[in-house]
Design a protein around this ligand. Structure first.
Ligand SMILES: O=C(O)CCC(=O)C(=O)O
Ligand SMILES: [Fe+2]
Ligand SMILES: [Zn+2]
Ligand SMILES: [Zn+2]
Length: 431
């Protein structure tokens, strides 16, 4: 190679006019935005840029101050105890609930196999004490907030929940980490929707193998890239980093699309308030979600039984389809988790999706391309069943897929007649 050619960036490549680059103020080298996690539109947020190596010596990137804290709406006094406020959390901590230990299964990672779940059902939450046998990959528990910031990219914009107002707003992760580390925080903020599968943090995290084995995104979507003009993308919902400060509270909800959840507490502790997804409870939940006084009515009081489940650091929780839950964070916590659709509870998954549509859940809170995922699952099952005798254990699934397939035909006929589709959400992949 010609020794006089100048090489740039951590990747040591020649200059390429077409790629956005940023200069490090310390070493004066230039870096590709894509190599150091800075997108072109984010550059205007940077006061001083330091490359990954120089950041270790000269300190992290300096982001322009935005005074976001002063701009947050002030907390207003409202009638009744509002969910998420200091008074609410204090009362919640003082209350007693029946223990979820009466139904939560405690298992080792080795015991949770696909065969086990197919035979015994995946209807109750499972707690795994130690990660051995789960084949779960997570960062070391000593990982610092700054390291997470670097791995995600300091300028990544994230949704942050203002717990006392139960409203969300956007922050750069750099600002979030600054807040998290500040000794006197003025507000209670919680991050639960940072999906990081396209960042460098993703390399350090792999969901438990049972999740990968069951998850439709892994099993039925296939791994070949989608065509460029494809109107939808593979749902990215498998890898979330949850960072919550002491006294954060997430109100009762069902995870989108009736997805099941894996949830590993790396640091801190979480308290789950769990409600079984019986038809009665789901009906009550739908009424509560649609009611005007949701923020002053504790949903746990509307049902027969709401169970308390404490999740300590090092433990992993698996929550099946449809479970209604709220979460209190009693101490600063760091959690890795993710969501997945699977074939063990299809009717309930579909029921939750239908409910979400009835209560007009905004698009951003729905499972991305839920219906398309169902088509992929249907196609996958048809392929599996081709030429095989229909075993009894598959009959329920077959019925569901038959319904799904009929729906597809309906859509196709409507389309032919130039009519609007009855359910226009979600494209149908070639089957
Ligand atoms: O940890 C939290 O505050 C909420 C976790 C949860 O249930 C969720 O993100 O869906
Ligand atoms: Fe949840
Ligand atoms: Zn580069
Ligand atoms: Zn540098």
């Amino acid at each position: 190679m010609d020794a006089t050619v100048t090489l740039y960036c951590v990747c040591q490549q020649e200059y390429d006019l077409s790629r956005f680059m940023i200069e490090c103020e310390a070493c004066k080298d230039w870096f590709h935005g894509s190599c150091v996690g800075v997108e072109e539109h984010q550059a205007s947020e940077i006061e001083v840029y330091h490359c990954p190596d120089c950041a270790k010596i000269h300190g992290p990137i300096v982001v322009k101050k935005r005074n976001w804290l002063e701009r947050l709406p002030p907390l207003k006094e409202k009638k009744g105890i509002q969910t998420g406020t200091g008074q609410f959390v204090k009362e919640l901590k003082g209350r007693t609930f029946p223990s979820a230990d009466q139904f939560v299964k405690h298992m080792s990672g080795y015991q949770i196999t696909r065969k086990y779940l197919e035979e015994s059902g995946f209807d109750y939450p499972i707690i795994v004490e130690k990660k051995e046998g789960l084949e779960l990959r997570i960062p070391p528990s000593t990982i610092s907030m700054e390291e997470i910031e670097q791995l995600v990219g300091p300028l990544r914009e994230i949704d942050v929940i203002d717990v006392e107002r139960q409203e969300d707003f956007k922050l750069l992760i750099h600002e979030w980490v600054e807040y998290f580390k500040s000794p006197n925080r003025q507000r209670i903020l919680n991050v639960i929707s940072l999906e990081f599968s396209t960042t460098r943090l993703s390399e350090l995290v792999e969901p438990p193998s049972i999740v990968r084995e069951l998850s439709w995104v892994d099993t039925v979507w296939g791994h070949e890239p989608l065509p460029e003009d494809c109107p939808y993308a593979r749902p990215a919902v498998q890898k979330y980093c949850l960072m919550g400060v002491k006294d954060s509270f997430t109100d009762f909800h069902v995870d989108f699309g009736g997805t099941s959840v894996w949830y590993h507490v790396l640091r801190g502790e979480k308290i789950f308030y769990l409600i079984k997804p019986t038809q009665t409870n789901l009906h009550l939940y739908e009424n509560w979600v649609s009611s005007a006084n949701q923020s002053s009515l504790f949903f746990g009081d509307q049902v027969d039984s709401c169970y308390k489940c404490v999740l300590k650091h090092g433990q992993t929780l698996l929550i099946p389809t449809g479970w209604i839950h709220a979460v209190l964070t009693p101490i600063d916590s760091l959690v890795f988790g993710g969501n997945f659709l699977h074939s063990l509870n299809i009717p309930l998954q579909l029921q939750i999706y239908e409910m979400e549509k009835r209560v007009n859940t905004p698009e951003q809170f729905l499972f991305p391309v839920f219906e398309t995922s169902c088509w992929y699952a249907a196609r996958h099952t048809l392929e599996l069943l081709k030429g095989k005798p229909v075993h009894r254990q598959y009959r329920a699934q077959m019925k569901t897929y038959a319904a799904v397939a009929m729906h597809k035909q309906n859509c196709a006929q409507h389309q032919k007649r130039g009519q609007q589709l009855s359910v226009p959400h979600g494209a149908v992949p070639e089957i």
